[in-house]
Design a protein around this ligand. Structure first.
Ligand SMILES: Nc1ncnc2c1ncn2[C@@H]1O[C@H](COP(=O)(O)OP(=O)(O)O)[C@@H](O)[C@H]1O
Ligand SMILES: [Mg+2]
Length: 241
């Protein structure tokens, strides 16, 4: 086993989980260093969402450790994990349909956190100019892409140390995908640490520093994006490209 890097923000070791009698994750290991973007890549059904849900405590870890800044978090409730600084944007967009953009952001506001960027609606509107033009619009009256941006913004209002983004480009129109990529790159420049799951290799390549490939609940490859590109065998075997 490799030693954890000194600057590891999130360290995942030998993680197993599943649903009922079905085991889905088998000994997943991952490391997220401060300020980096890591893409968790894999085909549909490979275990990407389950990995993120297990890190958030939404699916119980049956084995293994999850360490956030040196503190063990596996076994804590999703609420506690969120309060400790791990933000989560699920696949299905979650906005309050009856609340306006501004209200959706205000209800998610949390105190500033040492070691993490501090977000305000104003700063988020710079990140997502679209949202700034529809502050009074209700969540239920927005497009899928706009709801996705609002969901990310709501998560950021908690001033997380790191965010887990589950397939942020999924189901978005190409022009919105580009806007999302630009926003995530901007978040990285702000110093946010990001773990995102993706099936879209092009999208991941545009923003990630490193990739981990998951297949049938096991990590099959970890390396830089350049290493992944050089490895056609791994790409052909585990990714639908
Ligand atoms: N709530 C659930 N109950 C039972 N099986 C599930 C549930 N959610 C996902 N699975 C199964 O777990 C496996 C991994 O799914 P998932 O983590 O959603 O993959 P991905 O996000 O990579 O597409 C799949 O076989 C899927 O059918
Ligand atoms: Mg998924």
């Amino acid at each position: 086993m490799t030693m954890p890097a000194a600057d590891a923000l999130l360290q995942v070791t030998d993680l197993a989980s599943g649903y009922g009698r079905a085991q889905i994750l088998y000994g997943v290991g991952l490391e997220l260093r401060r300020g980096e973007v890591v893409a968790l890549l894999g085909r549909n059904g490979a275990g990407k969402s389950t990995t993120l849900k297990t890190l958030m405590g939404l699916v119980r870890a049956r084995q293994g450790q999850v360490t956030l800044l040196g503190r063990r978090i596996e076994g804590l409730s999703p609420f506690r994990i969120c309060r400790l600084g791990l933000g989560y944007v699920p696949e299905e967009r979650r906005v309050f349909a009856g609340l306006t953009v501004m209200e959706n952001l205000e209800v998610a506001r949390r105190p500033a956190r040492t070691g993490a960027p501090t977000w305000t609606p104003q700063r988020l509107f710079e990140l997502f100019p679209n949202l700034g033009r529809m502050r009074e619009r209700r969540g239920g009256e927005m497009s899928g892409g706009e709801q996705q941006m609002l969901t990310i913004s709501r998560t950021l209002m908690g001033n997380p140390l790191a965010v887990l983004l589950d397939e942020p480009s999924e189901g978005l129109a190409p022009v919105i995908v580009d806007e999302m990529a630009r926003a995530i790159a901007e978040l990285k420049r702000e110093g946010l640490t990001i773990l995102l799951s993706e099936q879209n290799l092009r999208f991941a390549t545009a923003i990630a520093d490193r990739a981990a490939i998951i297949e049938r609940g096991t990590i099959r490859f970890t390396g830089t994006m350049a290493e992944l590109f050089a490895n056609t065998e791994v790409r052909d075997q585990y990714l639908a490209v």
